[in-house]
Write a protein that binds this ligand. Structure first.
Ligand code: 26V
Length: 701
């Protein structure tokens, strides 16, 4: 196709969707028309793929996750479809600069951090590798808050992503489902079988919105299905006619609350009813959708484990286990044992954290009242597991391994007991979950545990984010690495090639200049692109130790104050971090960083040598700008606490040197690149654990 073809498609969209022409359309309308054209191309590609998948009867991957941090899509889709140049020309021919259009798209913040971004990278990767994959999540009206720094402090503002993000979504009003919350369970006998029925429940309608996610070369397409909640019978006409307007509308707004906003916390679990409703809403709608499709394609639910892999990303969607049991038994007539076999063999679970405060435990009363039938099934799973352990003389492990304990439902134990595969996200983390967090359950199910070290979609984080470096790599080793990252090994033969190294240095400097220019434009601040860019970008958490980094910077500051002529490599320390709204300590660290930023900018004696920059509202788009410009990658978590980390991979791939502890995936990076290519320091995870065990905790306070 030529660029004229795409130009014509854009013009037709402008006319068909906005009654506009190139001369009357606003830039925003052109942005939307361009996205709609791409959306159509992806849908057509997806339909072609579906025929192939159905013909071959391929197994499908379903990825359930409360968060997907996809980042902006326009640039990504153009890149993957290989259409950037054509669209650039097509738009230029109607007087529009493509680069300007990119900024019309808000960064959809449907996630907190690493876990949600990993989910998005998987969608890219699955599409690229040709796996038929569907991600399921919630179509939150508001994503993660927009961070503003006011008087050095974080202020949270609502994130309005829908006005520009909605264009990518295809509403599927033909594929909606009902989700029941609350009420009570009534049992009766029917044809000699016990039947369960949830009565008096709130009925929430789940309406799917599909987003197509392109893989490299545009051949594979993953689908991200986002559920929006509304009241099933949105309006009680009788109440309305009686003049009870408020009650008539209340059901609607209560149901809509479920998909209103993403919980902005990733540090500690809170037993909030709305969060539990969100989790069940996601799980129930998604499983009904999976089962309906499976029956359409294969007729027989016994084939589910063969044809579907249902993945629960952390424990947030762990209710998938009892919900699948419910659907198989109550709706499709299976007995317990067959339903359990199907469930365990279909579901797999990834653990993403060992922090005990983040492990989900719901009060039994809450689960019982919100999800009465699900609670019955969870109790039965627990009862059977307990009986099994007692029968084989392993009753002693129940205090750590039972699902119901201390009037709480322990979601991590439910996830292990109900899945056939359980993985951590780096070798170290997978060992810790086997030997620590799930030690006793591991002794019961040793074969279920495995490791899947995290990865990143290098097409986004290298090829798109750093086009100059990607072009240079193409020159050196060809572009095979785009599909197969292991081809990057071929770069090894250039490690002592002076010209290549010089060029690498020039590219880094170009990227630093571009970032400095961006900061100047956005904030008016000037940073020196010739200083060393030392970067720590991640959620603010005590275990990630941003404070330790700050203390180091303060010590430099004091040294320079004492001796302004001290020989010192000029450095710019750049931080990007959001803190959960209620995490007071984290917010104070953000305040400290911002005070230090002001102080280093103000003090003429040191500002040319030492600067601190806090980038407001750190998100995927900012990461794409900053990572290519970074030179030192701060990965300094307390060993044993960071499950994997993924910015460590993104930064290293863009030529930053890691300053890190032996934690998470840093360990594997260190093994691969060697000690001479990474500054590793600090205790190992087991040494840190030993210190904790030895220290008299009371002496700390
Ligand atoms: C936890 C919680 C706790 C309850 C409230 C809501 C909420 C929301 C999200 C989370 C997720 C915490 C787990 C997490 O994000 N882990 C990160 O996962 C990354 C991908 O595997 C990994 O690279 C990071 O090391 C790990 O911290």
């Amino acid at each position: 196709m030529t660029y004229e073809y795409y130009r014509q498609l854009i013009i037709e969209k402008l006319s068909g969707s906005f009654a506009a022409s190139p001369s009357t359309a606003s830039k925003e309308q052109v942005y939307k028309a361009t996205c709609l054209v791409l959306r159509d191309i992806l849908i057509a590609q997806k339909q072609r793929n579906n025929m192939e998948i159905e013909k071959k009867g391929l197994k499908r991957v379903y990825y359930l996750c409360m968060e997907f941090l996809v980042g902006r899509s326009l640039k990504n889709n153009l890149f993957n479809l290989g259409l950037t140049d054509d669209f650039d020309k097509a738009l230029a021919s109607i007087g529009i600069d493509l680069d300007e259009l990119y900024d019309y798209e808000a960064d959809p913040g449907l996630g907190n951090g690493g876990l949600g971004r990993l989910a998005a990278c998987f969608m890219d990767s699955l599409a690229t590798l040709g796996y038929p994959a569907m991600g399921f999540s919630i179509r939150y009206d508001y994503g993660l808050f927009r961070q503003k720094i006011v008087e050095n402090m974080q202020v949270e503002l609502p994130d309005l992503w829908l006005p520009s993000g909605e264009v990518w979504m295809l509403p599927r009003s033909d594929k909606n489902f009902k989700v029941l919350l609350g009420g009570y369970v009534e049992t009766h006998m029917e044809n000699g079988k016990l039947r369960f029925e949830q009565k008096g429940a709130e009925v929430v309608e789940a309406m799917p919105y599909d987003v197509m996610i392109s893989g490299a070369d545009g051949k594979g397409v993953s689908v991200l299905r986002l559920w929006k909640a509304s009241a099933y019978r949105s309006f009680d006409m009788q109440k309305f006619s009686r003049g009870d307007y408020f009650t008539a509308m209340r059901a609607d707004s209560e149901a809509e609350l479920i998909s209103k906003v993403l919980y902005p916390s990733d540090d500690h679990y809170e037993g909030k009813q709305l969060r539990l409703s969100q989790q069940y809403f996601l799980v129930s709608a998604s499983l009904q959708s999976i089962i309906k499709d499976h029956i359409k394609w294969y007729g027989d639910l016994k084939l589910l484990p063969q044809k579907a892999a249902i993945h629960i990303n952390d424990t947030h969607p762990a209710l998938a286990i009892p919900e699948l049991m419910r659907l198989l038994m109550d709706e499709h007539g299976f007995g317990w044992d067959d339903a359990w076999d199907i469930t365990v063999n279909t579901i797999a679970y990834t653990n993403h954290t060992v922090l005990s405060e983040a492990l989900e435990k719901w009060d039994i009363e809450l689960v019982q009242s919100r999800l009465p039938r699900i609670y019955m099934i969870i109790s039965e799973i627990d009862r059977r597991f307990t009986a099994q352990m007692n029968a084989c003389g392993k009753g002693g492990i129940l205090p750590s391994s039972a699902i119901l304990w201390d009037r709480q439902v322990r979601m991590a134990n439910l996830s292990v007991i109900g899945s056939h595969s359980i993985n951590g996200v780096s070798e170290l983390h997978s060992n810790i979950i086997k030997n620590n967090v799930f030690k006793d359950l591991y002794s019961v199910f040793p074969d279920r545990f495995t490791n899947v070290t995290n990865g990143i979609a290098h097409r986004r984080w290298l090829c798109q984010a750093n086009p100059e470096l990607a072009a240079f790599i193409n020159e050196l080793i060809g572009d095979g690495y785009k599909l197969d990252a292991s081809e990057l090994d071929k770069l090894e033969k250039f490690t002592s090639d002076k010209t290549a190294l010089k060029r690498l240095g020039e590219i880094k400097l170009d990227n630093k200049k571009a970032f400095a220019q961006f900061i100047k434009k956005e904030t008016g601040e000037e940073i020196d692109p010739y200083s060393r860019f030392d970067v720590q970008i991640k959620r603010l958490h005590e275990y990630k130790r941003q404070l330790m980094n700050v203390l180091k910077i303060i010590s430099y500051y004091l040294e320079l104050k004492d001796d302004p002529n001290k020989s010192f490599t000029p450095q710019t320390f750049i931080f990007g971090a959001k803190a959960a709204g209620g995490y007071a300590h984290a917010k104070r660290v953000i305040m400290l960083i911002n005070c230090l930023a002001k102080e280093t900018a103000r003090d003429a004696a040191i500002r040319d040598k030492l600067r601190v920059l806090f980038v407001e509202n750190y998100n995927v788009t900012l990461a794409e700008r900053l990572i290519p410009a970074s030179e030192v990658s701060e990965q300094i978590s307390l060993a044993g606490k960071e499950a994997s980390g993924t910015s460590n991979m993104k930064l290293m791939m863009n030529g930053a040197i890691t300053l890190g502890t032996v934690d998470g995936a840093n360990v594997e990076i260190l093994e691969r690149v060697g000690r001479e290519n990474m500054f590793a320091f600090g205790l190992t995870a087991s040494e840190a654990q030993r210190v904790w065990n030895e220290v008299d905790a009371s002496a700390l306070y």
